[in-house]
Design a protein around this ligand. Structure first.
Ligand code: FES
Ligand SMILES: [Fe+2]
Length: 322
């Protein structure tokens, strides 16, 4: 699985992690157990007990630590084994029983996992300032292709009149010229037909690397955001949200966004029916893909992901059409 290193990944929504209850989830190709410690902060270690391999996630949270269901060994949020009941209460903490722990943050109602070397100080989680001060609702979708495929689908302009011919792609002129630029941690893409005389687009889509996507839904009032969470090579969990500015009464905007969620889920369903027929991961072999100008953001996305993980220039095949 190709995933950039040294960055934050959304792994759960905060509301999926209840106090006192461990939660097992496969993320970034690893089976992990998440729980909340006694301060309420999210914690995660590998789900497999270092003693004899039972799933820690089937155990209990005790005193903010995770207790294995098999022989009651306990692990703290840093991965240290802090209790071995069969050795007695006065035994030393066995260093060789430590497990791998992960650095987590909880922000914007999402739990984020640091994928990379530990650091003294960590960068902020990626976020869109456009979403500050807004209310939101959302939905979750799982599918059986890689996270990259799902991101690519959201950077794909030429599919609109075909996949969404009866919804958002109705009347969409299939002939397009696509612009896409990578600036730091952002990819921004738009159509030349939406540019004003200064070349500024009235509508654009953004990706905050590696996996956070923002679509202004045709204006500033409402915005769609999604996190494409790598589960493993062939599975993705997608957290979709709709954001809107608060209306007169608190919570009212959320009724509107919830209605938009219903439509967005329907549109996403149109996408995923086609995406499910692609090979689950982008390929580089001769049977692979031959991109055209309109695929520019997809080519740039692949190139950036390759650059930020293991270098593999062969991943990008861009040919101009015509
Ligand atoms: S397998 Fe977990 S304590 Fe023995
Ligand atoms: Fe689509």
């Amino acid at each position: 699985m190709r995933v950039p290193i040294d960055c934050w990944y959304v792994v759960l929504e905060g509301r999926e992690l209840r106090r006192g209850r461990p939660r097992v989830a496969r993320r970034l190709g690893l089976d992990l157990v998440f729980w909340r410690d006694s301060s309420g902060a999210p914690r995660a270690v590998l789900d497999r007990c270092p003693h004899r391999g039972a799933s820690l996630g089937h155990g209990k949270v005790r005193d903010g630590q995770i207790e294995c269901p098999f022989h009651g060994f306990r692990f703290d949020g840093g991965g240290a084994c802090v209790k071995v009941p069969c050795n007695g209460p006065d035994a030393q903490r066995p260093k060789h029983l430590a497990t791998r722990a992960f650095v987590l943050r909880e922000e914007h109602g999402l739990v984020w996992l640091w994928w990379g070397e530990p650091r003294e100080e960590y960068p902020p989680v990626p976020w869109f300032s456009e979403l500050e001060g807004r209310e939101h609702s959302g939905f979750v979708v799982d599918n059986d292709v890689s996270w990259m495929r799902n991101v690519e689908n959201q950077l794909d302009w030429p599919h609109l009149p075909f996949v969404h011919g009866r919804t958002i792609g109705m009347g969409f002129d299939p002939r397009i010229e696509v612009r896409s630029v990578v600036e730091g941690d952002r990819l921004v893409t738009w159509l030349t037909r939406d540019e004003d005389e200064q070349g500024k687009p009235s509508f654009h889509i953004q990706l905050a690397f590696p996996h956070l996507w923002l679509n202004p839904l045709g204006g500033d009032r409402m915005m769609a955001m999604a996190a494409f969470v790598p589960v493993d090579e062939t599975h993705t969990r997608m957290y979709f949200r709709t954001y809107a500015r608060p209306l007169l009464v608190p919570g009212l905007a959320r009724l509107v966004t919830a209605a938009v969620d219903v439509v967005n889920r329907l549109i996403l369903g149109q996408d995923l029916r086609v995406v499910a027929t692609q090979p689950p991961e982008p390929t580089v072999d001769v049977q692979g893909e031959r991109l055209v100008q309109a695929d520019l953001p997809i080519a740039q996305f692949r190139k950036e992901i390759a650059r930020r993980s293991a270098p593999d220039p062969g991943l990008v095949t861009l040919r101009r059409h015509g």
